[in-house]
Design a protein around this ligand. Structure first.
Ligand code: FAD
Length: 458
């Protein structure tokens, strides 16, 4: 049903000129980072307060108008696209850090604060927010996709780092979940329910997040391997030896080649590991050296480490450039980015089987991942106008998902479900997916919140 004119009038009364029907705004909110066809919303609204969000939700409920939240639009499964029409609720004007509590090491933020902006604001406090999904995403978007990234091996994902929320429900009620206490046994874990719900159950208008002390020292190390197996064995042994890694990343030979071409580097075109350690000056030196010994035991080569910022950055060049280097390796290509996560003991097998499938296909797909968590991505590079290539990339992605389930893992380690993984939810969850549908119907009976994502609706 098209957006009723009356709804536009009501929203205009609430927001003044902060409702946009301009073609450029609609197009901007109809595109994603991924391969999905553009689907512009019918209007974009820019609330500044929780009260405005509640009024928007009530107006949409009254007119049967779908609404989809928009953070930075960096999600990779078409999450923020208004595929059933209606309005896009853009949170970029709700971008204030409301309170930092240094003694308790937490902060209360509005959902449109980006992780980089939060860390700039925290600089003088000696604290930082560690979850790093690569893109400069918003805290609301990150919580809604239960994002993680390179640092999850040490600091956890958004699930572990959101203490509490303020949420506007589909009927316009405003609730608070959680507290600033570090633990609670008081009732259902509603914070956990909304974190990862992809805006299908409510709109977050405030988040309370954990902060951490900035490490006194950071060291980084890099090394190469002749094959994937020994690289993964190095990761497993490092975890088992209790060396506390802050990040441990894997890139395959194809990614190393792409970075060489993109950044004018000369890394050996082999699988690599990149590691970062956080701690005291002596601690990070000891950890890097301990890691070097495990690398040597597993036949790794080119081991180098440093705790000096410029040298650390140089060592991590490969990882920093990886995604865009992969994209640039096939000019004009769009990426279908896969995202499976398996128990770490099955990781080598999962990566090797995936590598073999891609090698037998005509679609290129460099592999990289957050191996400390058993999570990796194949960046499947397709010509967006070529339906045959897109079908082949989807077939490869499907095989990866089946592999993850067979090996005891998950269909998404961190990117979420959106539209892209919807077709795998029944296989992944069985009857539990039905329960998710019951929760959805209880909280959003009219199905107006981000329809078409995560759940099948009528
Ligand atoms: C180069 C690149 C690298 C990436 N690497 C990683 C990675 O390592 N790890 C990782 O986890 N992700 C990664 N991502 C994906 C992406 O950055 C994350 O999914 C991120 O969490 C999305 O945040 P966003 O602010 O862009 O949200 P959006 O894309 O705008 O929205 C994401 C979802 O959250 C909902 N939403 C947004 N705000 C709210 C709100 N206030 N209330 C309720 N729902 C809301 C939207 O409706 C949508 O369903 C990467 C993306 C890119 C482009």
């Amino acid at each position: 049903m098209p957006l009723p004119a009356e709804a536009v009038t009501v929203l205009g009364n609430i927001l003044g000129n902060r409702i946009s029907l301009s073609r450029s705004d609609l197009d901007l909110h109809g595109r994603s980072e991924a391969w999905f066809p553009p689907t512009p919303p019918e209007a974009v609204v820019y609330p500044e307060t929780t009260e405005e969000v509640a009024a928007i939700v009530r107006a949409c409920a009254a007119h049967g108008c779908p609404l989809t939240a928009w953070g930075a639009g960096s999600s990779l499964e078409g999450h923020a696209l208004a595929v059933k029409g209606g309005i896009s609720v853009d949170f970029t004007r709700m971008n204030r850090v409301l309170k930092v509590n240094p003694g308790d090491m937490d902060a209360v933020v509005q959902p449109g604060v980006t992780r980089e902006a939060l860390n700039v604001e925290l600089r003088a406090t000696g604290l930082f927010f560690p979850v790093d999904p690569g893109a400069n995403a918003t805290l609301g978007g990150m919580a809604s996709t239960r994002a993680s990234g390179t640092t999850a091996v040490r600091y956890g994902t958004m699930r572990e780092n959101v203490l509490g929320l303020q949420v506007v429900l589909a009927d316009g009620r405003v609730i608070r979940t959680g507290t600033r206490a570090r633990k609670s046994a008081a009732g259902y874990d509603l914070t956990g329910l909304f974190v990862g719900a992809e805006g299908t159950l409510g709109l977050m208008t405030e988040l309370t997040v954990k902060l951490y002390g900035q490490p006194e020292a950071i060291s980084a190390a890099v090394c190469a391997f002749d094959a994937i197996g020994p690289a993964v064995e190095t990761v497993i042994q490092t975890i088992q030896s209790g060396i506390p890694m802050a990040r441990i990343e894997f890139v395959d030979a194809a990614t190393a080649a792409a970075v060489n071409a993109y950044a004018g580097a000369s890394f050996p075109e082999k699988p690599h590991l990149m590691v970062e350690f956080h701690g005291s000056t002596a601690g990070v030196a000891e950890q890097a050296q301990g890691f070097g010994e495990i690398v040597a035991d597993n036949g790794g080569s080119g081991f180098a480490w440093s705790s000096l910022p410029e040298e650390r950055n140089a060592l991590w060049t490969m990882r920093h450039n990886a995604y865009y280097a992969c994209l640039a390796s096939r000019p004009g290509a769009t990426a279908l980015v896969t995202d499976i996560c398996v128990p770490i003991s099955r990781l080598a097998e999962a990566v090797e089987e995936t590598r073999a499938d891609i090698a037998a296909s005509h679609v290129p797909g460099p592999i990289l991942g957050h191996v400390g968590d058993g999570n990796f991505h194949a960046i499947l590079l397709v010509d967006p106008r070529n339906a045959v290539e897109l079908a082949e990339a989807r077939r490869l992605a499907h095989q990866m998902v089946e592999r993850a389930l067979r090996l005891g893992g998950t269909i998404s380690g961190e990117h979420g479900i959106g539209m892209g993984k919807l077709g795998h939810m029944a296989a992944a969850h069985g009857e539990a997916w039905e329960v998710m549908g019951e929760i959805k119907r209880a909280l959003d009976p009219a199905g107006l919140m981000n329809p078409g994502k995560m759940l099948r609706q009528g």
